[in-house]
Ligand binder design. Structure first.
Ligand code: CU
Length: 189
């Protein structure tokens, strides 16, 4: 008797258990799908942020490469190594030239003045302290390559072949020798 009473009950229990197991499986699968979708959404968000960051970085680098050289030029005119200098009856243009100690620079030195106006038919560039003593023929352009002595400071440079030469204030220019970055902070010998 007890067997008969228990059997249907245990069948029901088994069916209930099976239903419950099935239900649990369905719920578990649904939860897993939701978790997967949430994870995918998070990953997608992270990817978008990372991509945005890469785009910004690439644009920044591109902008720097395109304009960095241009932007630096006014601050450090001598960094290209070629310095445009004109000599005229008004003196040197520019009247101040900035260079760096130890740097090798090239003056693209030119004049439009005609020979009759110039003593000996030349302009000159004289700065004994800096080892400069150059001549520029009338109406010409000359490339003068010069290694800047390792002597930071401000130096006088003049033309002695026209318009009163060294005695004339307008015939003087200034060469500023900046310390090289390697020697900044180190004692100047
Ligand atoms: Cu001159």
């Amino acid at each position: 008797m007890t067997d008969h009473a228990q059997q249907p009950a245990s069948r029901r229990e088994r069916r209930e258990q099976e239903r419950e197991t099935l239900h649990n499986t369905v719920v578990a699968r649904r939860d897993a799908r939701r978790a997967e979708r949430a994870r995918a959404a998070r990953l997608d968000k992270v990817r978008k942020i990372a991509f945005g960051g890469i785009v910004v970085a690439v644009l920044a680098v591109g902008t720097y490469l395109a304009f960095g050289d241009f932007l630096r030029r006014p601050a450090d005119a001598a960094s290209s190594g070629i310095i445009d200098v004109q000599s005229s009856m008004a003196g040197f243009t520019p009247s101040e030239i900035d260079v760096t100690a130890g740097q090798t620079v090239t003056f693209k030195w030119w004049t439009q003045d005609a020979a009759p106006h110039l003593t000996g038919g030349v302009h000159t560039m004289v700065s004994p302290d800096l080892g400069l003593n150059e001549q520029l023929p009338a109406e010409s352009t000359k490339m003068v390559t010069w290694t800047v002595p390792n002597k930071p400071g401000t130096y006088d440079v003049w033309c002695e072949s026209c318009c009163g030469g060294k005695d004339a204030p307008q015939m003087h220019g200034k060469i500023v020798v900046k310390p090289s970055s390697a020697s900044i902070g180190a004692p100047v010998a």
